[in-house]
Design a protein around this ligand. Structure first.
Ligand code: TYM
Length: 340
């Protein structure tokens, strides 16, 4: 049996934060040993909202550098930039033509983002989950490690593959596309905002204090945690729906200290916020220190990052173009157009 495949990605919009790390990238690192892993910087997704060209270029490089700094090893994984593999856009188009509009209109993330943007919503923002399906399906991915907020998009990718491609253009014996499974770990799948324990930590929150970015300097991390929303009760605890901030911050401590939920809960059960917050701040700073150090040295050698991304692009394109040809052939397109 062949090694199972994994594909995932992060948008290069602004800085990556603790949610991206704990919900996604951290889990990617563990999968490298046992799976054939593909990790892309999904820059085509980043232009679904208004963007600045120079910033996009810088964020694309810095996101790739952060993948490596977090422990993605280019000798084990294929690391690449989505827009450099044109098969993503091409399969995206083919999938567009078989995806019902109302499947997209019910996507929660679209509704939330569209609401924020008023009249300026692009077609791309609505269409984005189809491109995400193409990202995944091109690699015949078995597993897609993501945070909780991507679950609905993963279900859409499965439905497109199964109901719109395989059942129309393939057969049970010879499906055209592999139907992927989401991998959402309980711990870290939903890291919440520091300023509102009921809202997820997000790059698009206009309040910088709501998130801890992976590249925030130690003083800033400490300041953000000091200011984080609390409640009047003494002692930290999990699973009290009246205390979402306690649940979130204790969850961060449990994960980043390595103590785990049970040990962290008993250690902090009698602790006041005044004692807990400096402990959490120190834990976050220490957990991010090696990531930040590696990031600096990766950014100091741009030629090496270029080499990694060029090798990743070539490997990704070979796999992606093979799938694209298979899909096109199944749909009746003449062969021989894709290049690797
Ligand atoms: P993006 O860029 O918003 O987020 C990247 C990853 O981080 C996870 N995440 C979180 N996890 C826990 N708590 C949070 N507060 C939090 N915020 C974000 C996300 O679930 C995601 O796993 N559409 C995707 C990018 C994408 C993709 C793909 C992912 C495009 N193509 C193919 C997987 C496979 C997105 O916007 O993620």
């Amino acid at each position: 049996m062949s090694t199972p495949r994994v594909l995932s990605g992060v948008q290069p919009t602004g800085s990556l934060h603790l949610g991206n790390w704990l919900g996604a990238i951290r889990n990617w690192v563990d999968l490298q040993q046992s799976h054939d892993t593909f990790f892309c910087v999904v820059d085509l997704h980043a232009v679904t909202v208004p963007h600045d060209p120079a910033q996009l270029a810088a964020d694309t490089r810095s996101t790739a550098a952060l993948y490596l700094a977090c422990g993605i090893d280019p000798n084990q994984s294929t690391v690449f930039v989505q827009s450099q593999v044109s098969a993503h856009a091409e399969l995206g188009w083919l999938l567009n033509c078989v995806t019902p509009l109302n499947w997209l209109e019910r996507m929660i993330q679209f509704k939330e983002k569209a609401l924020k943007q008023g009249d300026n919503v692009s077609v791309g923002l609505l269409d984005y989950p189809v491109l995400m399906a193409a990202d995944i399906l091109l690699y015949d991915a078995d597993l897609v490690p993501v945070g909780e907020d991507q679950k609905q998009h993963l279900e859409l990718a499965r439905d497109i593959a199964q109901q719109r491609i395989n059942s129309r253009f393939g057969s049970d014996e010879q499906p055209v596309l592999k139907v992927p499974k989401p991998m959402i770990l309980k711990d870290g799948a939903r890291v919440m905002s520091l300023t509102d324990g009921t809202a997820k930590m997000s790059k698009s929150d206009p309040n910088e204090s709501s998130r801890i970015n992976l590249l925030d300097p130690p003083e800033l991390i400490t300041k953000k945690i000091k200011r984080a929303k609390t409640d009047p009760q003494m002692g930290l605890e999990f699973d009290n729906s009246e205390r979402p901030e306690a649940d979130n911050l204790l969850g961060l401590y449990a994960l980043l200290s390595g103590a785990g939920r049970e040990a962290a809960a008993s250690e902090c059960a009698g602790m006041g916020w005044g004692k807990f917050k400096p402990l959490l701040a120190e834990t976050v700073v220490e957990a991010l220190r090696p990531v930040q150090e590696r990031y600096q040295s990766i950014q100091a050698d741009p030629a090496e990052l270029d080499r990694v991304l060029a090798a990743g692009r070539d490997r990704a394109a070979t796999v992606a173009n093979t799938t694209l040809e298979r899909v096109k052939a199944s749909m009746g397109f003449l062969p021989g157009t894709a290049r690797s």
